[in-house]
Design a protein around this ligand. Structure first.
Ligand SMILES: [Zn+2]
Length: 151
């Protein structure tokens, strides 16, 4: 798949979120941490929810978490996702104490439960764009998504 044929929505990184996207390109999940009160936050944003500080540093997350909730998508909200249907989106409670939404790379008929352990995988969507996803935690192998496209 080339950049010209990629038909899905793409993020538009901001100065606040650029380190997050750059981290994924390096197969790292980076989370913002307040440099004043050390609270971790996600999604990337300029101000700490707890102390309102603008001071931020980036920390690498473990990529481990548990399922908080999930939904199975049957309707394409954008034509670029039509061929993927149906697929599962999970909200994950990361070990670092924040929640994150991403695709679950598992058959949609997989039995899921709240609290089930998952781990991060990355999918090279197109050159310069790496997307996060999750798989059910199993013996760790690598961070590559099982159904990803070009690498
Ligand atoms: Zn803070």
């Amino acid at each position: 798949m080339t950049e010209n044929t990629y038909s899905k929505l793409v993020p538009e990184p901001t100065p606040d979120s650029m380190p997050y996207w750059n981290g994924l390109n390096e197969e790292k999940l980076l989370l913002q941490e307040c440099a004043r009160c050390w609270r971790v936050r996600h999604y990337p944003r300029p101000v700490c929810d707890a102390c309102h500080s603008f001071e931020t540093r980036w920390v690498e997350a473990s990529g481990q978490g548990t399922i908080h909730s999930w939904t199975i998508t049957h309707h394409p909200f954008h034509d670029g996702y039509r061929s993927d249907l149906p697929y599962t989106l999970v909200t994950v409670d990361l070990e670092e104490g924040v929640r994150m939404l991403a695709r679950l790379h598992a058959p949609v008929d997989t039995r899921l439960d709240i609290g089930m352990p998952v781990r991060l995988v990355v999918e090279r969507a197109k050159p310069g764009l790496t997307l996060p996803g999750f798989v059910l935690a199993a013996p760790a192998t690598d961070m590559s998504a099982p159904s990803s496209g070009e690498r």
